[in-house]
Design a protein around this ligand. Structure first.
Ligand code: NAD
Ligand code: 89V
Length: 339
């Protein structure tokens, strides 16, 4: 599978390393409008053609997949450009600037018959996947309550300065992953109620969000996110889980400790992710999930299946983000069907 990557910034480095670790995948073209960043990526993927203009790269072609790793404002034009050239597409989260753009992007690729996956990687983190597998296997029976919690004081702004500048911050950037984990565990949500706060005066958007979801299958979940939580040990970037089912409970505690209790019996597993050779703590958890989601994409193409985190699937996660902001702004519960 020949891959072209657009956007060679902070996070794309993980994607490039991830592709190098996947048998049969090869990055053959790279694009970034910043020549310095392009040069760094070019060193990592020697032999790949390099471009500062995405349209020029697309016109030259010679690849099966375009992997878009730019920030959100360029996602719609780049996805539509890729659709015009009839290639498979992977697009980073947040998928779009708004729901109508997101729907248009899904339709544009669907019309070509090619596959569109959103790089929504948190549900692919191995610790989270271990919990998802337990829940989906029925280990704790039918879940009725879940809490997915991400609370940290880690400085994300030094690596990603744009996160301090947007009107929206934590729900759009991080909450989107945590809401997606809720969907992976409990299915689609029908209603959401949210509150937001900004604690850090040096940023523009909200850095705390607390969300209550009702899922179609009857689960109530709490999704709580904070980048204003100063606590030792610092758990960045772990998502912690508390799930109650009618037969037992599951907990994913700090330090990647997974506990399942059923009928008075307890199973405890260390589900710590490996530190891949190119990865570094504390990001190794996210970095491993990049390689896993990219492998999932390759496997799906080979099998002719839709990725679990397809563009169409991601519309549901993206709708939750929009609904959460609307709920917080208007101090009301939002029905997802109304969006
Ligand atoms: P970044 O600003 O460091 O990198 C983006 C790069 O894209 C820049 O080098 C920029 O020059 C280039 N670019 C932008 N528009 C372009 C265009 N039209 N043509 C060519 N190049 C263009 O940003 P980042 O921190 O790497 O984030 C990129 C995306 O990855 C964001 O959407 C972010 O939310 C996402 N992200 C995802 C995760 C995750 O775990 N899934 C983690 C961090 C960031
Ligand atoms: O995963 C992400 O999307 C990152 C971070 C972990 C910093 O929120 O932007």
């Amino acid at each position: 599978m020949k891959i072209a990557v657009i956007g060679c910034g902070f996070f794309a480095m993980n994607q490039l390393h991830g592709w190098k670790g996947i048998k049969g995948a090869e990055v053959v073209a790279l694009c970034d409008r910043d020549p310095a960043r392009l040069a760094v990526a070019g060193k990592l993927c020697s032999g790949a053609r390099t471009y500062t203009d995405a349209a020029a790269m697309m016109a030259d072609g010679g690849f099966d997949v375009v992997d878009i790793a730019t920030t959100v404002s360029s996602h719609r034009p780049l996805v539509e450009l890729a659709a015009k050239h009839n290639v498979h597409v992977i697009c980073q989260k947040p998928f779009a600037l708004n729901l109508s753009d997101a729907r248009a992007m899904v339709n544009a690729v669907a019309a070509t018959g090619k596959t569109l996956m959103v790089h929504e990687n948190f549900r692919w983190q191995s610790a989270i996947r271990a919990a998802i597998d337990e829940v989906r296997s029925g280990a704790i029976g039918t879940p009725f309550f879940g809490r997915i919690s991400f609370r940290s004081g880690y400085d994300v702004f030094s690596g990603q300065p744009y996160l301090a500048e947007g009107e929206r911050f934590i729900i759009e950037d991080l909450g989107i992953h945590i809401l997606d984990i809720a969907r992976a565990l409990f299915g689609d949500a029908t209603r959401i109620t949210a509150t937001t706060r900004r604690i850090n005066p040096a940023i523009k958007g909200e850095d705390v969000a607390t969300m209550l979801l009702e899922h179609g299958g009857g689960v109530t979940s709490v999704v709580d996110c904070s980048y204003a939580t100063r606590r030792v040990p610092e758990t960045f970037p772990e998502s912690l889980l508390e799930i109650d089912g009618d037969k037992g409970t599951l907990r994913l505690d700090a330090g990647y400790r997974l506990t399942v209790q059923v009928d008075g019996e307890e199973r405890v597993r260390d589900v710590s992710p490996p530190v891949l050779p190119w990865a570094e703590r504390p990001w190794h958890n996210i970095q491993e999930s990049v390689q896993i989601i990219q492998q999932h994409f390759v496997d799906c193409i080979a099998r002719g299946e839709q990725p679990e985190t397809s563009g169409a699937d991601n519309l549901q996660t993206f709708a939750l983000v929009e609904a959460a902001y609307l709920s917080a702004r208007e101090h009301r519960t939002v029905e997802l069907a109304s969006l």
